[in-house]
Design a binder for this molecule. Structure first.
Ligand SMILES: Nc1ncnc2c1ncn2[C@@H]1O[C@H](COP(=O)(O)OP(=O)(O)O)[C@@H](O)[C@H]1O
Ligand SMILES: CC(=O)OP(=O)(O)O
Ligand SMILES: [Mg+2]
Length: 402
């Protein structure tokens, strides 16, 4: 069975085609700048050269059509016709309280995802466009949806409720949901296999540090608490997102600077974080480069970023009354030995001892970077949200056909 995995954003659409017989990736790629005058399609067929193309792609339906054209292309294609695509799996950021597991797409599921637009206005409408685009281009192919929030549905009320009037939870479902769940679940599972220990016997803290960043406490193999909240804004300092701030700042700034709701939202989501403090970039590589060249604002941004990761690790070690495994994943967590060192060197009291040589090794494999004597095992585990989405989709479609 061949499964196409789609991660649709507001102006982009990433894809991977899997052969589920051996879970190999046949092709991957992305369509960027959808709706703008020059969209960029990057297609990477396994074993063949990468193809890049600039054209006008005004909507997601056309984007999916282009993806199918690339996958079935005479020269750059990896399948002979679109009939070879047996199922499509989508990443959906917000599943609210309704979706605790991945499901096949039905009319009712689509309605629920639409009802959640309010809680994830930046993400869910884009995902819905992805689903509609597949409906239009591959009308007979089953689709599944895999939610970033699902893994965190196990959190106890003491973790997910905010100390605000309870009526707001009842009326509007205001609570912590948490995100990147597919990634936290995947890396915790890989780490347990790597350590040859049952997942439910470990006290883990997983740090998904990419463009968006979140930390999760995993107890008994389940999400116990996580740093992102009702939306992906809470928690760590990120590329352009503020993370935790005093909520009183919002009405205060709105009054003083005469900002509207949408302006203050944009300030916190798009013009804060590392970008705002460094004045250099939201990209960790550029911030580290500037810091190494002596830029003091870049150093302050890096120090603040690291400090906040450390505080969450400490908080979650306390929340679980211990920690035995610390995991780094996603763009920054997997690639930046500098960040991992800065985080770990400040929390040695927890029993974390980094092996500098192992930390410096670059690899695509899961690996341990702590010393043999370190009480806490520190691992780097490359995440693979797409593979988990493909697996869930495959399983749902197979079960449905039994
Ligand atoms: N070698 C590196 N050192 C530091 N940061 C890196 C490195 N490689 C990638 N990154 C960072 O990873 C981030 C992107 O992470 P990623 O998980 O791909 O994000 P997303 O999936 O949210 O787009 C960027 O900020 C980028 O700077
Ligand atoms: C939920 C979220 O923040 O996703 P991303 O890291 O892809 O922005
Ligand atoms: Mg990501």
């Amino acid at each position: 069975m061949k499964v196409l995995v789609i991660n649709a954003g507001s102006s982009s659409l990433k894809y991977q085609l899997y052969n589920m017989t051996d879970e190999s990736v046949l092709a991957s790629g992305r369509v960027e700048r959808i709706g703008m005058d020059s969209s960029i399609v990057t297609h990477e067929p396994t074993g063949k050269p990468e193809v890049r193309d600039v054209s006008e792609i005004l909507d997601h339906v056309t984007a999916v059509k282009r993806v199918i054209d690339m996958l079935t292309h005479d020269e750059h294609g990896v399948i002979s016709s679109m009939d070879e695509i047996d199922a499509v799996g989508h990443r959906i950021v917000h599943g609210g309280e309704v979706f605790k597991n991945s499901v096949l797409v039905t009319a009712e599921v689509k309605n629920e995802i639409k009802r959640l637009f309010d809680l994830a206005p930046l993400h869910n409408p884009a995902h819905m466009m992805g689903i509609t685009a597949v409906d239009n281009n591959l009308p007979n192919v089953p689709q599944a949806v895999v939610f970033d929030t699902a893994f965190h549905q196990t959190m106890p009320a003491s973790s997910y409720l905010y100390p605000i009037p309870k009526v707001l939870y009842r009326r509007h479902k205001i609570r912590r949901y948490g995100f990147h769940g597919t990634s936290h679940a995947y890396v915790s599972d890989v780490a347990a296999s790597y350590l040859k220990k049952p997942l439910n016997e470990l006290k883990m803290v997983t740090c998904h540090i990419g463009n968006g960043a979140s930390v999760t406490a995993i107890l008994d193999g389940k999400s116990y608490d996580t740093s992102m909240g009702m939306t992906p804004l809470e928690g760590l300092m990120m590329g352009t997102r503020s993370g935790d701030i005093d909520p009183a700042i919002v009405p205060f700034v709105m009054g003083k600077e005469e900002l509207t709701l949408s302006e203050v939202n944009s300030m916190l989501n798009k013009h804060s974080g590392m970008m705002a403090i460094s004045g250099v970039s939201s990209d960790m590589r550029e911030v580290i480069d500037a810091m190494n060249e002596g830029d003091e604002n870049a150093k302050l941004a890096f120090d603040m970023y690291v400090y906040r990761v450390r505080k969450y690790i400490g908080a979650y070690a306390a929340a679980m009354n211990g920690i035995d495994t610390l995991i780094f994943t996603a763009g920054v967590g997997e690639n930046s030995s500098v960040l991992r060192e800065a985080v770990c060197k400040g929390i040695t009291f927890l029993g974390i001892e980094l092996d500098d040589e192992k930390n410096a090794i670059r690899s695509k494999e899961a690996r341990e970077i702590s010393t043999a004597a370190s009480r806490v095992k520190v691992l780097v585990v490359p995440t693979n949200e797409e593979l988990l989405i493909a697996r869930d989709t495959f399983e749902l479609v197979q079960n449905a056909s039994k």
